[in-house]
Design a protein around this ligand. Structure first.
Ligand code: FAD
Length: 317
């Protein structure tokens, strides 16, 4: 079932999770171990992130370094199919422009379609390490909007090189990303929202936000989007903070602010356990306020750790 159909038939705020594929060499059972404790809360769908290959340097002795390209977390589409079969739940593979030609994008979409996956989250991806701006493949997409358009075309039966009358249309529900605190490369929130509207006009049926810690910013953002003519559901992304390391890592990596009231409490923390207590309490409050404000779905970023999300849901559901 499509994410948008879940939204349309929902009587209350839904629940969904984002998970990461396991590191290469780990078993799919590590994925199930993360999902199992969350299933009792009745999520409507599960997203699986996509990770492009990275350049790493391997020591080869005598001071020699070998440059190799590795994908540390492969298997997004296969994992989606496996989760769908095991739990009979809808899945949403993420697909990025980075590292993909348009043909490779089409192949991935065909694969999803053949596997009975009804959804895809269309993303640009970040610049690779060492690049200071995003560089598309020679025949790839420079922005997520171009991928959204390609998927919408495929849904209309328009493949890249096939004759129209021979081609079976896909029927993928298209999601896209948005940023209540603006995307880091955007000049300002207004231009970011103008580009966001292009994604919706091209065929994105719903949007998922970057994680945020200030609920007011989510509601302000939704209001601005509505004023600019974006009327699709906007799903808030939530992440409970759980470690001292995350306090520094999350604002820098995801370009989000920690509200003063939260940072005040975090600065008193001396251990991961202290942070966990503060982070979970904060996230519980966010989830309740979002639900009271009729957010369509609470979308939790598990980042490979489901225990904290479970502790939040124990108090919220
Ligand atoms: P875009 O929509 O292309 O926007 C990128 C920037 O370009 C923005 O500043 C925007 O304002 C600007 N822009 C957009 N269109 C145009 C245009 N036509 N002309 C000029 N400027 C334009 N990354 C991964 O690698 N794998 C994942 O699985 C993944 N999952 C994510 C899930 C969510 C919910 C979110 C919020 C992010 C995720 N990301 C993931 C990160 C994402 O790939 C990065 O944030 C990336 O830098 C931007 O992706 P986008 O799809 O928002 O890009």
């Amino acid at each position: 079932m499509k994410v948008i159909e879940h939204m349309r038939s929902a009587k209350e705020t839904l629940l969904s999770f984002e998970i990461l594929p396991p590191l290469k060499g780990k078993d799919i059972r590590s994925i199930y171990a993360g999902i199992d404790p969350l299933m009792e809360f009745g999520p409507s769908f599960i997203n699986v992130t996509y990770h492009r290959e990275e350049v790493v340097y391997k020591e080869r002795g005598h001071g020699l370094l070998q440059k190799v390209r590795v994908r540390k977390r492969p298997g997004t589409i296969g994992i989606c199919a496996a989760i769908k079969a095991k739990y009979e739940i809808d899945t949403v593979p993420h697909l990025i422009c980075g590292g993909f030609s348009r043909e490779e994008t089409e192949d991935a979409l065909i694969e999803m379609n053949f596997l009975g996956i009804d959804n895809v989250l269309a993303l640009r991806g970040d610049p690779t390490k060492g690049e200071n701006h995003f560089v598309p493949e020679r025949d790839g997409h420079a922005h997520a909007v171009d991928m959204v358009y390609q998927i919408a075309e495929l849904n209309r039966g328009k493949y890249l090189h096939e004759e129209e009358e021979e081609a079976a249309p896909t029927d993928l529900c298209i999601g896209a990303a948005c940023y209540p605190e603006k995307h880091p490369e955007a000049l300002n929130l207004a231009t970011d929202i103008a580009y966001l509207k292009q994604k919706v006009d091209a065929g994105a049926e719903y949007l998922v936000t970057q994680m945020f810690f200030d609920v007011d910013r989510y509601f302000d953002f939704v209001g601005r989007c509505r004023n600019e003519g974006i009327h699709v559901p906007i799903l808030p992304g939530l992440k409970p903070l759980t470690s001292l390391r995350q306090i520094a890592f999350i604002p820098k990596t995801f370009h989000v602010d920690l509200p003063e009231a939260l940072s005040k409490e975090l600065l008193k923390c001396r251990s991961d356990q202290d942070v966990r207590g503060v982070g979970i309490a904060w996230c519980v409050d966010q989830a309740r306020r979002l639900r009271d404000g009729k957010a369509p779905c609470l979308h939790f970023y598990t980042m490979g750790r489901s225990e904290a999300v479970r502790q939040v849901l124990d108090q919220v559901m």
